[in-house]
Design a protein around this ligand. Structure first.
Ligand code: HEM
Length: 121
């Protein structure tokens, strides 16, 4: 695997590793306060990123575009801002970061919808 597909899968793998460590920490501490952050890190940061990666691997023409690189940046920054944002929101320290992260994650999905439709064969 190479190119943007590799980067989506590699980054998602790092996100889920952090998510698993967080899940184990929650279990050990018997404190599930941050379960929503854990869930979003694993589902948006791993499952969604991995699906993007597999798509770009299956459709190399889509992965070779500069839009695919923009997609990767938007998706990655979305996860990196949304997860701490959810944690801040849970402890009532503001929701701005969660809002920024969720809008970036939505933008990432809209880019993907556009990409899928544009690469119909
Ligand atoms: C080492 C691996 C993992 C551990 C130890 C772990 C641990 C946990 C714990 C302790 C909770 C809180 C349960 C509760 O409060 O009822 C939780 C919730 C959750 N986990 Fe994990 N988890 C792991 C991996 C994953 C993965 C890989 C995913 C998804 C791909 C995932 C998705 C979720 C979801 C969706 C929730 C529910 C969150 C909520 O109710 O707000 N987890 N996990």
């Amino acid at each position: 695997m190479r190119g943007i597909a590799f980067w989506f899968i590699a980054t998602g793998s790092v996100f889920v590793t952090i998510g698993m460590v967080g899940g184990i920490a929650m279990s050990i501490a018997a404190d599930h306060t941050f379960a929503p952050a854990h869930a979003h890190l694993n589902l948006v940061g791993w499952v969604t990123m991995a699906l993007f990666g597999f798509y770009y691997h299956l459709v190399p023409a889509a992965g070779a575009t500069s839009l695919a690189r923009i997609h990767f940046a938007v998706a990655t920054i979305g996860v990196i801002t949304m997860i701490p944002g959810i944690m801040f929101a849970i402890v009532e320290q503001g929701e701005l970061l969660a809002k920024v992260g969720s809008l970036l994650s939505l933008a990432s999905m809209l880019i993907f919808v556009f990409t899928v439709l544009r690469n119909r064969t």
